[in-house]
Write a protein that binds this ligand. Structure first.
Ligand code: DGL
Length: 273
């Protein structure tokens, strides 16, 4: 497989959540072209079984390779990373494939109370990959895990009003279930947003947990890693005249279209694949 330097980077998620990663990628890699695919016809992923997510991830990658000849893939979804990235890398050993996972390592390092909250989908928290990561850090902090069923979907549907009642109600329910937030001992002082949809509800979450609690997501670290690996492989574009962006969806296009405009100021039309 040849990987032309000017080919686009593929980015995918079940829906609009991965735009939080695309935003970081675009600021770190301003000359690269991107193809963003929202698998909206098959979302949400978070409460599906492993076989389903694996099959969708393979299908999406195949589509991006066939139709857009991507030179790298960013799985901008914690759930798909947890359940499918290993198989994707095995199936396409020559393609750089990047994933995102809940940033519990930096969170454990930064927490002063050594109590770290993790909000993610049930699929992510139940995965062997996440459990292994958590085990590797068990001496560094105590992790309070919360599967947030329905939250990604609510953010997906209500992106226009992140302070929407459903989103706020779910955030309140799940955050209250996690215990006390704050900077005193035994309180959770660091909260990991372990699903790429959740950063879009940051203001609501911050209001509930209070201003002293640090919220951590993984947009910047993954963007830096992508830049480094592409540079090392001689695949980084540093001088394209006009980087391109394609937005694709496998189902409903309205959410992606409007969220791209509202959050990223991107007005590229969304094509159905
Ligand atoms: N945005 C995805 C993640 O980071 C999942 C949302 C979903 O489809 O449930 O896990």
């Amino acid at each position: 497989m040849t990987l032309p330097r000017l080919a686009p980077i593929g980015v995918f998620d079940s829906g609009v959540g991965g735009l939080s990663i695309l935003q970081a990628l675009q600021s770190q890699l301003p000359h690269e072209s991107f193809v963003y695919l929202a698998d909206s016809g098959f979302a949400p992923y978070g409460e599906r079984d492993e076989a389903f997510v694996l099959q969708r991830a393979h299908h999406v990658l195949h589509t991006l390779l066939q139709q857009h000849q991507i030179k790298a893939l960013v799985v901008a979804c914690n759930t798909a990373t947890a359940l499918a990235i290993h198989e994707l890398r095995q199936a396409y050993p020559d393609l750089p494939v990047f994933g995102v996972e809940p940033a519990i390592k930096p969170a454990a390092l930064q927490s002063q109370t050594h109590r770290v909250g993790v909000m993610a989908t049930a699929g992510t928290l139940g995965s062997a990959k996440f459990q292994e990561l958590q085990r590797s850090l068990q001496d560094q902090a105590e992790f309070v895990l919360q599967a947030c069923d329905g939250l990604a979907d609510a953010i997906e549907q209500q992106w226009q009003t992140p302070d929407d009642q459903t989103v706020r109600g779910l955030c309140e329910k799940y955050l209250h279930a996690m215990g006390e937030f704050g900077v005193d001992s035994r309180q959770i002082d660091t909260l990991v947003l372990g699903c790429t949809h959740y950063p879009f509800a940051k203001p609501v979450i911050q209001r509930i947990v209070g201003p002293d609690v640090r919220l951590i997501d993984n947009g910047q670290p993954v963007a830096k890693r992508v830049a480094q690996v592409l540079h090392d492989k001689g695949l980084l574009v540093t001088d394209a005249l006009e980087p391109k962006l394609h937005l694709l969806a496998t189902g409903e296009t309205r959410n992606l279209q409007s969220a791209a405009v509202a959050w990223l100021n991107l007005s590229a039309p969304v094509s159905v694949v």
